[in-house]
Design a protein around this ligand. Structure first.
Ligand code: C2E
Ligand code: MG
Ligand code: MG
Ligand code: MG
Length: 278
């Protein structure tokens, strides 16, 4: 009977595997057409300046509006985009959308409005030439690079080759700022903060989640903020969901916060409503 059970389990397991492989293949094929079909959207989540409660920054987060499957999360399709190389054209689209949007919000709401875009390590490995074109593209639209912040993760700095270093430098030359995303979750080395010229450090939501006056995470947040400030780096706390978390972050002298307490990521028109209300 045990043998029988084992066989059934195995059968069940391979079926489940097959199913997920098939789903993945289907998504891969559909993703190829999604960009052209206009199914990709950029949502925006406000980043709040804690000192005065103002919004002059947002993070752009991609969404795939699938015709039959509804909205697909980037956690599901960005890995596929990376494996297939589609991430390069998607990344270009994200950049263009974000620049256009930043230009509009700079003209209408805040002259220093900034939009952060996410870049995965894969995106830094490939399209060497396109990054070189960023400064020109920005100039064409009449924008300085200051309107864009590029979010990278610690993993990227870890395998920092000369290529990646030179790309980060190219960003800087274009005036683009750099944020270190999900700080504290990777194989962080404090030496990266010294080696790379980083403008913002984003404390990962796994630290903000359990903030209480006496928690270990509170001590970590406070230490990160003090250290960042001494290095001239501004701090953004991610995943802020409660007033208590926000108040503890304010007490710890955190510069910015982002999270469901303020708003979920929303489409541009809804974001504009947030801007006019604030
Ligand atoms: P991330 O850059 O760390 O983005 C933060 C994620 O946390 C977002 O998930 C956001 O919706 C979510 N979030 C924000 N506030 C809260 C909160 O208060 N509570 C909780 N539980 N979650 C919150 P999202 O939009 O699903 O994006 C997931 C990841 O996908 C991003 O993590 C980023 O790594 C990646 N991603 C998103 N857009 C792009 C893109 O255009 N290009 C690339 N390469 N990656 C992207
Ligand atoms: Mg991010
Ligand atoms: Mg993050
Ligand atoms: Mg993340």
């Amino acid at each position: 009977a045990a043998k029988q059970l084992g066989r059934n389990r195995y059968h069940y397991f391979t079926q489940a595997m097959q199913k997920s492989t098939q789903k993945r293949m289907r998504l891969t094929n559909e993703l190829r057409g999604a960009q052209e079909a206009g199914q990709l959207r950029l949502y925006y989540q406000p980043i709040i300046e804690l000192a005065n409660n103002s919004i002059h920054k947002a993070e752009a987060l991609i969404r795939w509006q699938h015709p039959t499957r509804g909205q697909i999360s980037p956690a599901e399709f960005i890995p596929i985009a990376e494996e297939t190389g589609l991430i390069n054209s998607i990344g270009e689209w994200v950049f263009h959308e974000a620049v256009k949007q930043a230009s509009h919000w700079r003209a209408t709401y805040h002259s220093e409005f900034q939009i952060s875009i996410n870049k995965s390590p894969v995106q830094f490995r490939d399209d060497t030439l396109k990054y070189a074109a960023w400064p020109d593209q920005l100039k064409e639209i009449g924008l300085s690079g200051q309107s864009i912040v590029v979010e990278i993760t610690e993993g990227m700095l870890m395998d920092a080759s000369d290529l990646i270093t030179s790309k980060l430098l190219a960003f800087r030359d274009a005036g683009v700022q750099v944020a270190l995303d999900d700080f504290g979750t990777g194989y962080s080395s404090l030496s990266y903060l010294k080696k790379f010229d980083i403008d913002y450090l984003k404390i990962d939501q796994s630290f903000t989640r359990n903030l209480s006056p006496t928690s270990a995470d509170m001590a970590l947040c406070e230490a990160i903020i003090v250290m960042a400030h001494k290095l001239g780096i501004k701090v953004i706390a991610e995943g802020v969901e409660t007033i208590e978390q926000r108040d503890l972050l304010i007490a710890a002298d955190c510069d910015y916060a982002q999270g469901y307490l303020f708003s979920r990521p929303v489409p541009p028109d809804e974001f504009e409503r947030l801007l006019t209300e604030s």
